[in-house]
Design a protein around this ligand. Structure first.
Ligand code: ATP
Ligand code: MG
Ligand code: MG
Length: 383
């Protein structure tokens, strides 16, 4: 293979691991910055990895010196060092984009400036209980209190149902920089993986995402009982949102489909995303292939992002016992034709993303029937 460029990735979790699976097929070396033995490093044997934290500026600099293009699999990184090294190495997407998106309130203020539809929000930094009260008067109840930073899997969110919840809300999130969002009374959550290349903005198909306890449990592609016109609007909105940011790569766009059929952006991730795992089996090129191609300026054509066959993705989460995830994988291996992905994370904890599986069929109905026993088995593990 002619491509000798080295890609550096901040973060070595499951997204980095699946990015490396795609890079390995093209014989592209990926240098990972994360702790030793992280999921991504386990499947990539060479001496280009860096041991340490993606929040450590010195380590980010060290990685940049060993690579031609630096990217991320997580947005909670040191963007100041990325800004500093951007003169010597290509950083994709741009450090400016990463800095804006990693702060969910800044992300939403940015999208608002570009006329993108999203839930109304109010800044609460330094405002304490009085601020919570003002939001209640403006938005009514319930509303969503959110941490601006370091949020994932709902860890950073608190539903404020009435004034009686204020103490619990402060207890849960009090030490963090906060803002509030108006409640989105959605009928469904949708997501679209968008690819930003040097030439423009492309999108994968629209996905329905089902969350349980604020963690993604299932994705359905195409979404169930959603018209193709609505799916198209979701793709258009997602592309409009991503066009507002600088840089190249894949972005995960989460949306609410409201009961009146309108769409709002929930949030954006500047990297491959859980709602795009289905692309590995269901599309000609996956979100990971697309991310690599976009950051390395390897051409992408829209037909390469199409859905070959309807797909359902089921997350394998840590559950009641430490071996619940292994039992699910074993059950799926023995009783289905699902593609199984295990992340090599070691210790299982309730709610921790340990793996996922994807099943495709000629129709979504058939896929639903085929996955039902696996969903039942997963539900039994919750205890
Ligand atoms: P992720 O793991 O996707 O990064 P996160 O911790 O950043 O999640 P959000 O995406 O902000 O959290 O919210 C998690 C879930 O909470 C959403 O998928 C949705 O189900 C619900 N939610 C978030 N914001 C609102 C809102 N304004 N109104 C109603 N429900 C909401
Ligand atoms: Mg998030
Ligand atoms: Mg989210």
């Amino acid at each position: 293979m002619a491509d000798q460029r080295k890609v550096g990735v901040l973060g070595g979790g499951q997204l980095g691991r699946m990015l490396i699976e795609a890079a390995n097929r093209l014989n592209i070396q990926v240098n990972v910055l994360d702790v030793a033995g992280s999921p991504a490093k386990q499947i990539s044997a060479h001496d280009g990895h860096i041991e340490g934290s993606f929040k450590d500026a010195a380590k980010v600099k060290e990685l940049a010196q060993k690579c031609d293009v630096v990217t991320v699999e997580i947005e909670h990184v040191d963007t100041h060092m990325l800004e500093e090294v951007a003169g010597q190495v290509t950083v994709e997407p741009s450090w400016k984009t990463l800095r804006t998106i990693k702060d969910k309130y800044a992300q939403k203020e940015h999208l608002k400036q570009y006329g993108v539809d999203l839930a109304e929000s109010i800044d609460l930094e330094g405002k304490g209980t009085e601020g919570l009260k003002e939001v209640g008067i403006k938005f009514g109840y319930p509303y969503m209190l959110k941490s601006k930073t370091e949020a994932y899997d709902g860890k950073g969110n608190f539903v404020v149902k009435s004034e009686e919840n204020f103490d619990a809300a402060i207890k849960a999130l009090g030490g963090r920089p906060l803002y509030a969002e108006k409640w989105a009374d959605f009928s469904m959550e949708l997501a679209v993986m968008v690819v930003k290349t040097k030439d423009g903005v492309l999108s994968f198909p629209t996905v329905e995402t089902v969350h349980e306890d604020s963690i993604c449990k299932l994705t359905y592609t195409p979404p169930r009982n959603v018209s193709s016109a609505t799916s198209q609007r979701a793709q258009d909105l997602a592309k409009k949102a991503i066009a507002a940011f600088e840089g190249k790569g894949v972005f995960g766009v989460e949306m609410f489909l409201l009961k009146d059929d309108s769409l709002l952006i929930n949030e954006i991730a500047p990297r491959p995303h859980n709602s795009g795992h289905y692309t590995i089996e269901a599309c000609p090129i996956s979100q990971y292939d697309a991310h690599l191609r976009a950051i390395l300026d390897i051409p992408i054509q829209p037909y390469q992002l199409r859905l070959k066959e309807p797909a359902i993705m089921l997350n394998i989460l840590g559950a009641a016992t430490p071996d619940s995830d292994k039992k699910v994988a074993q059950y799926a291996l023995e009783n289905s034709d699902a593609s199984i992905h295990l992340y090599g994370k070691g210790d299982s904890r309730p709610g921790r993303k340990m793996g996922h599986l994807t099943l495709t069929r000629p129709t979504l109905r058939e896929a639903e029937r085929a996955i039902q026993p696996l969903v039942d088995f997963v539900d039994e593990q919750k205890g």
